[in-house]
Design a protein. Structure first.
Length: 94
């Protein structure tokens, strides 16, 4: 029996879900957040990360719980193999 790894979700996945659940377009959300559509696109595609204040505003305008986004923001990014490792549990190097 082959074990498959559980998918690793990062902040960008949560942001895409928040945008989708809001039922609003990217441009509409960007306008309300007073930022460019390109910036919002960079966030949802994982190319950039919003700061805490931006996460607060995003939670407000999309209607998702702030803590849900904050928890996702604190999740360490996945490594090259797609595995997220908690801080302090990095592989040993000699």
């Amino acid at each position: 029996m082959t074990m498959t790894q559980a998918p690793v979700f990062d902040l960008a996945d949560y942001l895409r879900k928040a945008v989708r659940e809001s039922g609003r377009g990217m441009q509409e959300l960007a306008d309300e957040l007073e930022l460019s559509r390109e910036t919002l696109s960079l966030w949802v595609n994982g190319k950039r990360r919003p700061n805490r204040g931006q996460l607060i505003a995003l939670a407000h305008v999309t209607g998702v719980p702030l803590q849900w986004l904050l928890d996702a923001a604190e999740t360490p990014p996945a490594d090259a193999e797609g595995v997220a490792r908690p801080k302090g549990l990095e592989p040993l190097t000699f």
